[in-house]
Ligand binder design. Structure first.
Ligand code: ADP
Ligand code: ZN
Length: 747
């Protein structure tokens, strides 16, 4: 049997590895890599993906290889560079290749069906006919929200995208059409630079932007894999640099892939791409319907749309002739997927650029230490923007030592106040000037735990190893891990003593602002208040319209927002994320503080930041106060080196979860034994920590154990992980074991 009539196939089932099939006479010459095919598998038929010719297996004569039954499409759904990326992902993250491919493709292409009738490339666009919402809309919040979204993204967006941001927007937009505020255009998608090009394009770049753009242009012109870190302080105009690089790629007929953390939170960013490149941009977000996902996939695959802007999963978008990959806010934790294929999209973006021979730009004001270390080792070139656009100053940052600046007693003595006199004064002053304030605290709810005044017992979830959070608006205690909610207990279950409300959340901060500064218009932005995308968009739009003076919120307020009216940012408690048992706690704290501080002073008025803390000596707090990213990174890298944490080691976490505490513990020990007996030679430097109960030892009634593997390189870890993966078939299905390569969360 010659290799030319053997095919390597990924089967769309949760099975590991690639399979060899025979190419029947009638199909030879009709197969190209990336095609969806139909193959016999087990006792039934399965969707498969032709990957390329296979080498004959050693026992070729004895094995009865089965034939490919059918080819489901003429042109392959998967472009060649994606096939290599998906193969890499399956190998690196120890996940079945067929499942990896299925998770990358739009659902319409993951069924074993013939190719869908290609739809005409027509997309409906909503176009705003006004530049601001008329007063008459105030009483129609849904219409006002839809219009606000449209205006935020540059006045024009596909219907489907608005409908994602604002559920029910199709209906709402029709009403706006009746009012003469919006027009719907049907547009045939065709390749080429759109007439919209150039909208809002600044005539002059700052000298730093200019230098960065020149380097990127040269790289794009030369072609080939070239990785860059764009380290630019908040407000330095990183987006303009990306836009110019994308323009350049387009001028060479090349496509671009732009990854962003969260589209609903920062619609302005999408708006800037859209108003620059018009219909040449496909926006890929988590809310797309299957049909829409398929539409974008095909438009990109055909090359009729050449720029993809999207969240994490867009790293698999089939951009044709890829010339440029951008990862904005590359440090953002949302690039890590935490279930199924547990990939880090930023890392895959670099791999993809390498395989496609493209330029890749990782941008951030607070680069991850992994990226920074790659830069220090000379693997990535660094481009720096140290100043804000238009010579706007960086915000001045002041410290409020909570040990000295005790908040004054509140009017109603129920719980200890949290807003100190300097904070309250600064807020009142800012509001009096007609400017806006952001208050940041990364904890939602009213009180983060309840504790018995007599016996000290805290109120815990019955299903999870965590304390319940008190939500005053519902007058209930809620578990933030499993979602269970109970009425507020009146007293301690153990000793009937009174319960104290401890630990401050955003809900309590909001209440305290309302009580202390009654004239302020306050709103809260967190997952409890932004219950729908509609409310989220409306709240951000309302803050942008300056109908809100003080926005209290979790990390949702720290994202890349550009609100020129904000001149004061207050960090209610800098310490909250420091105590988390995770080696990245300091880094995460520094990132969050710097990002939220970066929201201040982005307009013509200078900004200031006040940071309340009980730990003014903590390194991330101290360094953030003086905008000292380099100093922080230097010290944190030294600490990581000493303790052998990433970026100086590569890690994999093996996580176990089961209903039975005994069985889970026993499987954990069994896997621990299995691994320790197969450890590579000591010189490879592989180490195992655990098995041990996870820091949160129970969630939803399931006991959790974990094992950590560390090694100087991923290559030293890979063989062990492969053996572990093969071993997983022997584990009883009542204990779920997952391998998390390059894990992000340690809990
Ligand atoms: P970053 O992402 O670095 O925080 P942005 O890209 O959001 O910063 O830019 C901050 C603001 O400066 C935006 O409102 C943007 O439109 C504006 N801007 C960027 N570059 C220029 C420029 N060269 N001239 C004038 N304004 C600019
Ligand atoms: Zn729970």
């Amino acid at each position: 049997m010659s290799s030319s009539n053997l095919a390597s196939v990924a089967v769309g089932r949760p099975v590991r590895g690639e399979f060899t099939y025979v190419v029947p006479e009638g199909l030879s010459g009709r197969l190209s890599p990336g095609q969806r095919i139909l193959v016999p598998f087990g006792r039934s038929m399965s969707l498969g993906f032709f990957l390329g010719p296979a080498t004959p297996p050693p026992e070729a004569e004895s094995v009865k290889l089965k034939p490919i039954m059918k080819v489901l499409e003429d042109s392959p759904s998967l472009p060649p560079d994606l096939i290599s990326l998906l193969r890499f992902a399956a190998e690196h993250y120890r996940y079945p290749l067929g499942e990896v491919i299925k998770s990358a493709l739009p659902p319409g292409l993951t069924k074993a069906e013939m190719e869908k009738e290609a739809k005409p490339d027509v997309q409906e666009f909503a176009v705003a006919l006004v530049t601001e919402a008329p007063a008459a809309l105030r009483r129609a919040p849904a219409q006002s929200a839809a219009l606000a979204y449209l205006l935020a993204v540059g006045g024009r967006a596909p219907l489907e995208e608005v409908a994602h941001a604002i559920p029910g927007a199709r209906e709402t937009l029709r009403k706006l059409v009746e009012r003469g505020l919006v027009r719907i255009d049907a547009e045939v998608i065709a390749p080429g630079v759109k007439e919209g090009l150039g909208q809002g394009r600044p005539d002059r770049l700052t000298p730093e932007q200019d230098a960065a753009v020149k380097e990127l242009h040269t790289a794009v012109d030369t072609g080939g894999f070239q990785p860059f870190l764009l380290h630019g302080v908040t407000g330095s105009g990183k987006t303009e640099v990306y836009l110019r690089a994308v323009e350049r790629a387009l001028s060479h007929g090349k496509g671009s892939l732009v990854l962003v953390p969260e589209i609903a939170l920062t619609p302005q960013l999408v708006g800037r791409f859209r108003s620059r490149f018009g219909a040449d941009v496909a926006v890929l977000h988590s809310g797309l319907k299957d049909r829409e996902r398929l539409f974008h996939w095909q438009a990109l695959r055909k090359g009729t749309v050449r720029i993809a802007v999207g969240v994490r999963s867009a790293v698999f978008a089939p951009v044709e002739n890829l010339g440029l990959v951008v990862v904005d806010e590359e440090h953002d934790p949302s690039f890590k997927q935490e279930d199924k294929l547990r990939y880090q999209a930023r890392d895959l973006a670099v791999v993809r650029a390498k395989q496609a021979g493209a330029v890749v730009v990782l941008g951030s004001a607070t680069p991850s230490l992994e990226t920074l270390e790659n830069t220090r080792r000379g693997r990535y070139r660094k481009l720096e923007l140290k100043n804000r656009v238009d010579d706007r100053p960086m915000p001045t940052i002041g410290l409020v030592d909570l040990r000295q600046e005790r908040p004054r007693e509140p009017l109603v003595q129920e719980e200890a106040p949290i807003l100190s006199p300097p904070l309250l004064d600064a807020m009142a002053e800012t509001i009096a000037k007609g400017q806006q304030v952001i208050l940041f605290l990364n904890r939602r709810g009213h009180s983060t735990f309840l504790i018995c005044e007599v016996c000290g017992t805290s109120v815990k979830c019955s299903e999870c190893d965590v304390c319940l959070t008190y939500h005053r608006s519902q007058n209930r205690v809620v578990c933030h891990y499993c979602g269970v909610a109970h009425p507020l207990p009146e007293h301690c279950r153990e000793c009937t003593g009174p319960l104290l409300k401890m630990g401050v959340g955003t809900e309590r901060v909001e209440a305290e602002v309302a009580e202390r500064i009654p004239q302020a218009r306050v709103a809260r932005l967190d997952r409890d208040s932004a219950t729908s995308a509609e409310r989220l968009t409306e709240m951000l739009a309302s803050f942008a319209r300056r109908e809100i003076d003080v926005l209290v919120g979790t990390q949702m307020v720290a994202k890349g927002h550009d609100f020129p009216g904000v001149t004061l940012v207050c960090v209610v408690m800098a310490d909250t994320s420091l105590a988390i048992p995770d080696f990245r706690a300091a880094e995460r704290t520094f990132h969050l503080l710097t990002q939220v501080a970066g929201r201040a002073g982005r307009g013509k008025d200078p900004g200031r930041v006040l940071v309340q803390t009980y730990n003014p000596e903590a390194d991330p707090v101290k360094r953030m106060l003086v905008h000292d990213f380099d100093g922080f990174a230097q010290r944190e890298l030294e600490r990581r080196k000493v303790l052998a944490w990433p970026p100086y080691t590569r890690m994999a976490a093996v996580r176990l979860e089961g209903e039975s505490a005994e069985q889970t513990a026993s499987v954990a020990r069994q896997l621990g034994d299995f691994l320790s007996r197969r450890m590579p030679p000591a010189s490879w430097g592989v180490r195992m920590l655990g098995p041990a109960l996870a820091p949160i030892s129970r969630i939803r009634g399931r006991t959790r154990w974990q094992l950590l593997l560390k090694a100087p390189t991923h290559a030293a870890l890979a063989p062990l992980l492969a053996r572990l993966e093969a071993k997983l078939v022997d584990i009883p299905s009542s204990v779920r074991v997952t391998i998390d390569v390059d894990p992000a969360a340690m809990l």
